[in-house]
Design a protein around this ligand. Structure first.
Ligand code: SAM
Length: 291
């Protein structure tokens, strides 16, 4: 009877036997703690009727738990050196598929069609490589994939920004992008001692429950996010000044202040105090004014 992979003993043994060396550039910090692993998997609310997509399985610590919980698992790993290891440790699980690829290059709608057609719901569950957290999450959210949850271990500061409320120092365009597509919930803070090797930052597990439709009605999503990004261009500036740097109405820049007031927003406020609803109203008012 073998130990779980996510233990110091078994992880060190696998690494030694395969002569594996960690690549810092790929964000390789492997989990060696059962307790954290269980929290991640529990947050995903999986069962045998559901599927799990894992990004970056490493040597399979989390993949093994997913295999024991979900009806179908696909794991996408960029590092070719890990494929033979994964094939060995996951050999007992027929419903687990490992694909060697950079997840940012993968045609995810096609992967969902091919691998998850027999399951009721799919969640992404991953201990993400920290150097590409935001691009990966934005690809998943903007891709409008049929996802239930995205449960990920990420850098603590990034998790706090994703879950931040208006008015807090962590609130910004990342909070708005994430909350437009999902409902974030911080699951737990994770010390760096649960990884081999230990990263230099603290981590957190966050669950993003993907929304069926956005919580606000933006007439034009591209314009909405343009307004959001412009409003945070310089955090210390007022929303009025930030918008005036981005948009120049033919009637003159003062028009911006009138439209802010029309949207119910004092021009002297800062972007970090606006709710999603206020940004949506503002974007719609600007659009209707031809801006
Ligand atoms: N899931 C394992 C665990 O929890 O022990 C490993 C997590 S480690 C933080 C991140 C993993 O993502 C590494 O195995 C790394 O090789 C892989 N990875 C890095 N960039 C990737 C990318 N662009 N696409 C797919 N996998 C990637």
């Amino acid at each position: 009877e073998l130990d779980s992979i996510a233990t110091p003993r078994r992880t060190k043994d696998i690494i030694r036997r395969h002569g594996f060396s960690f690549k810092k550039s790929l964000g390789q910090n492997f989990l060696i703690d059962q307790n954290i692993l269980n929290k991640i998997v529990e947050a995903a609310e999986l069962d045998s009727t559901k599927g799990a997509l894992e990004i970056g399985p490493g040597i399979g610590a989390l993949t093994e738990k997913l295999a024991q919980t979900a009806g179908k698992v696909t794991a996408v790993e960029i590092d070719r050196r890990l494929i033979p290891i994964l094939e060995e440790v996951l050999e007992p699980y027929e419903h687990v598929q490992v694909e060697q690829a950079d997840v940012l290059e993968v045609d995810l709608p096609a992967l969902f069609e091919n691998n998850f057609k027999d399951v009721s719901k799919v969640s992404v569950v991953a201990n993400l490589p920290y150097y590409v957290t935001t691009p990966i999450l934005m690809k998943l959210l903007e891709g409008k994939l049929p996802l239930e949850h995205i449960v990920v271990m990420i850098q603590k500061e990034v998790a706090e920004r994703m879950a931040a409320s208006p008015g807090s120092k962590d609130y910004g365009s990342l909070s708005i992008a994430v909350q437009y597509y999902s409902e974030p919930k911080l699951i737990c803070i994770v010390p760096n001692t649960v990884f081999i090797p230990q990263p230099n930052v603290d981590s957190a597990v966050i669950r993003l429950t993907v929304r069926e439709k956005p919580p606000v009605d933006a007439l034009d999503e591209v314009h909405f996010f343009d307004v959001v990004h412009s409003s945070f261009a310089q955090r210390r500036k007022t929303i009025s000044n930030n918008l005036k740097s981005r948009f120049s109405p033919p009637e003159g820049r003062e028009r911006i202040d009138a439209l802010l007031v029309q949207a119910g927003i004092q021009p002297s406020r800062r972007g970090e105090t606006l709710s999603l609803q206020e940004f949506a109203t503002l974007s719609n008012v600007l659009l209707e004014a031809g801006i």
